[in-house]
Design a protein around this ligand. Sequence first.
Ligand SMILES: [Fe+2]
Length: 155
Amino acid sequence: MAQYKKTKAQLNQLIADLSQLQVNIQQIHWYMRGSQFFKLHPLMDDYNDALANQLDEIAERLIAIGGAPLSTTHEFIENTGLPDEKVTWDQYSLKQYMERLDTQFKYLSDQYQKGIEITDEEKDFSTQDLLIECHTLIDKYIWMISAYLGRGAQD
Ligand SMILES: [Fe+2]
C-alpha cells in the first residue's frame, strides 16, 4: 500500500531511535556514579518506561496503517541516528551523562517534529496526534534536564 509511505518510513526511524535510546539510558542507569546517584538512577527507569510505551504505540500504529516495524537489534543499529558507544567506568561524570542524554532527547524531539511535518503532508492525522503527544513529553524531559544542567529549556 503506497498510502502514508513517508509516514511509515519515519515511524520506523522512530522505532530504531526509541530502541537505541532505551539501551543508552540503561547504560547511564548502570554506569553513573556520583552524589546524585540515588535520584538519577531511578529516574532512568522512569524514562525507559515512558519510551517503551511510546515505542509500542508507534509500532502498533505503524502496523495499523499497513506497515511493518523494524524488530531486530541489527535493524535498530543500522537505522538509528543515535550513538551506540561502549563506555568504561569514570569515562563520563554523572553531569556528562546528563549532557549526553539531553543531546539524545533533543535528537529524538527533532525526529518527532519531522514525523509531525510528514504526517501533515500525507494527511495522516491520527499518527500525527500520537506523535504530537510523544513530542510534548520529550520536550518536557528536555526542559527538566536543562534545568538540572542550569540552563533554559531551549539553550
Ligand atoms: Fe535498575
